[in-house]
Design a binder for this molecule. Sequence first.
Ligand code: HEM
Length: 398
Amino acid sequence: MPPGPFISGDSRVVTLLNARSFHVLLDDSLVDKAGTLDGTYMPSLALFGGHRPLAFLDAADPHHATLKCVMIRLAAARMHHVAPSFGAAFTAMFDAVEIIGDDAAAKAYKWLVFQLHPLASKAVKPWFLEDLLLHTFRLPAFLVRRDYAELTAYFADVAAGVLDDTEKADPGAIPRDELLHNLVFLAIFNSYGGYMFFLPHLVKWLARGGPELHARLAGEVRGVVPADTGKAITLVAVEKMPLVKSVVWEALRMNPPVEFQYGRARRDTVVESHDAAYKVKKGEMLFGYQTLATRDEHVFKRGGEFVPDRFVACGDGERRRMLDHVVWSNGPETAVGNKQCPRKDMVVAVGRLMVAELFRRYDTFTATVEEMPVEPVVTFTSLTRAAAAGHGTGSVRA
Ligand code: HEM
């Protein structure tokens, strides 16, 4: 937790580290999530055009429901674009065998750093320098003002149609400016930020799975979608790939992309762990470290291991029981909660499409994995084309 007093008034938290106690954080009736997205401190509103983005609002705040309805409507309208767009982007990326960072990505990354630096760990060495530079003061928002203004101007332009439609559909519900800043937050923090963690971890686990897992995945994928069809794989097709689905859930279980969750106790309460119970006072900050909660061996056998077919090699009841504890979206895979990620199903679908596209195109691949403080860096070292069409080597950073 970032220490006080300049970043947060009170840096103390009650830490929840197993599957049972962690569930308190997912219960809207027990925790207040107003301003708790980043824990014990709230970034300056100057970083968001003066507005408080949706993810910082509590579910009981009426504004939360208004904004979330708009976000869900926008998402629903675009769901059918997901698979074709993903297919096209995937092919373009591997055709080029490289990802080119551009200016916009650098600006977006910088803006994220200004929000999240107090939570960074092992990013700067030695630790006392990191504490001084990243954990003691807020980096001043004016240093990123220009970059943010450029990002906002870009969104005002490309999302003008969306903003117009929303204003027409629900006049006066959300001021245009506030919606615009929410879209920026949605696109960069929620989406770009989320995938930046999720996809490299997914590729990391695939790389570690080795040729045997790759052969099983390729067999399953090509049983549904032949290797020589050029068409993008559809969401209906991936539904028929149980091992692909299992691998994606397992990656989300082993490495929930958002590792830290927070909420303030709404009232005096008792938090139950597997073997004890603790009193928590109203207003105390609860902090869950999800990576431990979802590896809890009381819930998952060999919880600390990546087991690719964990969600295939079991009955429906057992799968459902386990999925109740796969909570990367701020709620169970089996439910839809008020503060849960509204794009939960799409995120899982993109993960599945990624695995399916990869093993339709390639028999196997090798990669090196470097665990870094923010996300792992996965560098492909070889890619073996399906039907032994060619053996390529390249350096792709995932
Ligand atoms: C891999 C990608 C993603 C991950 C890992 C992810 C994860 C999460 C998590 C953990 C939360 C809850 C945060 C909290 O309160 O503690 C959340 C909320 C949210 N996510 Fe996602 N998300 C992803 C992609 C997306 C996308 C693509 C969108 C929309 C385009 C989106 C929109 C939102 C919104 C609006 C919220 C706030 C919900 C609320 O406060 O009620 N997310 N996401």
